[in-house]
Design a protein around this ligand. Structure first.
Ligand code: HEC
Ligand code: HEC
Length: 372
């Protein structure tokens, strides 16, 4: 220690609150995302939204907050960074009251990657899971690819965080300061006080707020212009004619070619002869083909419908359906009314959505599946 007991407050309460709540939030979000089942999705998204709000607040604070947290006071000039790097390599301690140059690079990197994780998360939950206000605006494939980027960028965020901890420990040893403690009580030795210019800029903050508002409004407007999740509504005629022996399957669960193969075999239907008039059948099969998997943007349409074939026009023969249901025993299928009674377990089967949260929770079904 320096022997000088006078401490001054460097990190204001909001910066410390932001710092430790981000640590907690990122750990919880990564834990629920990587380690727990899909039924935690609702909780995971809520934590993600909280992190988004927290990060937004920190960015504004970077323009109008207290002096050591202002972005304009971050020592980010190339010369400062190179000097700091050199100092470290020569094990030469140099004190900074606020962020060090490399520390500033780290803070900016952490915030940027965190923002990327949040944006790709929003795209994934909207596009692939078809949930939330942007569900209609984000196509399935965009969400599907965003999900991969979401996982990869989270790994990058965790790696950066580990590097950050290593850096803080190294800097603490080198300068004989307890930097983690400073992020708890906010105080550092006044001996190293080099006054910073307090350049608060309400103008910059207003500009950023304006930009964010325009971006948000434009996205919301786009979301309103684009159609809602394109899942066709089952017609009463279809439900009556095709819903007596098994569920009236949502048309997006089979490809157009598969529906046409079923139509081509009629009146013989999977070994049974359907006692329906050709007119009625023709109309229904035409409606099914018109709303086949190719026209929908949901996960079941892509994972089940688009891989179904005219040779085996079955939902239950697709690899995705089989894997998702392999843990379910015969007794549970029987309790639901058979494996073709999708609505016995999926409250939203008629919409074609099959959201994780809409799966019935019953004692017999695997525990992970009982979602909120
Ligand atoms: C008289 C009863 C009956 C009616 C009415 C009926 N089906 Fe079926 N359907 C069956 C049987 C039986 C199977 C084969 C079930 C099995 O193999 O487990 C089947 C299977 C199917 C399958 C494949 C399910 C899968 O993934 O394994 C589809 C798709 C299907 N029917 C569509 C229709 C359509 C469309 C209609 C209306 C035109 C219809 N069904 C009306 C009896 C019926
Ligand atoms: C006995 C209950 C039961 C029946 C009947 C059933 N399912 Fe499921 N289904 C489940 C459970 C439980 C899961 C969750 C599996 C998991 O996440 O590991 C699931 C998962 C799914 C998923 C994936 C959801 C997601 O987002 O991960 C789809 C799609 C699906 N089912 C479609 C169907 C269709 C189509 C039918 C009818 C042909 C059907 N299911 C019949 C219980 C059932």
């Amino acid at each position: 220690m320096s022997g000088d007991d006078i401490k001054i407050q460097v990190w204001d309460p909001f910066i410390r609150f932001f710092h430790w709540l981000s640590v907690l939030g990122v750990l919880i979000a990564a834990g629920t995302g990587f380690l727990l089942s899909d039924s935690w999705l609702g909780f995971h998204v809520a934590v993600g939204c909280a992190l988004a709000a927290l990060l937004t607040a920190r960015i504004f604070w970077g323009y109008v907050g207290s002096q050591y947290g202002l972005f304009s006071n971050f020592p980010l000039r190339r010369q400062e960074i190179l000097h700091h790097l050199l100092d470290l390599m020569l094990l030469r301690p140099r004190h900074y009251l606020g962020h060090t140059p490399l520390g500033s690079v780290m803070v900016v990197s952490l915030m940027t990657v965190m923002a990327f994780v949040i944006v790709t998360g929003i795209l994934a939950v909207s596009g692939e899971e078809k949930q939330g206000p942007l569900a209609g605006a984000i196509p399935y494939l965009v969400g599907h690819h965003a999900k991969l980027l979401h996982s990869l960028s989270t790994l990058a965020l965790l790696a950066l965080a580990a590097l950050h901890v290593a850096g803080v420990l190294a800097e603490s040893l080198l300068t004989r300061q307890n930097l983690p403690k400073a992020m708890i009580d906010g105080k550092k030795d006044a001996a190293f006080h080099i006054p910073y210019a307090a350049r608060r800029s309400w103008g910059q903050a207003a500009k950023r707020l304006g930009q964010a508002a325009i971006l948000g409004l434009a996205t919301a407007f786009l979301a309103l212009l684009l159609p809602a999740p394109p899942t066709a509504m089952l017609t009463p005629g279809y439900v009556r004619l095709c819903g007596s022996c098994h569920d009236p399957f949502h048309p997006s669960l089979l490809s157009r070619a598969a529906w046409q193969a079923i139509a081509g075999n009629l009146p013989v239907h999977f070994g049974k002869r359907l006692a329906l008039s050709p007119d009625e059948l023709g109309e229904i099969m035409g409606w099914l083909s018109a709303h086949a998997a190719e026209t929908a943007s949901t996960e079941p349409a892509f994972a089940i419908g688009s891989v179904s074939t005219p040779q085996t026009p079955r939902i239950t023969a697709t690899p995705f359906w089989k894997t998702k249901h392999q843990a379910i025993g015969d007794a549970d299928f029987l309790a639901a009314g058979g494996s073709l009674r999708c609505s016995g377990c999926h409250a939203d089967a008629a919409s074609g959505a099959f959201a994780d949260q809409a799966i019935e929770s019953r004692p017999g079904l695997p525990r992970a599946q009982s979602a909120f």
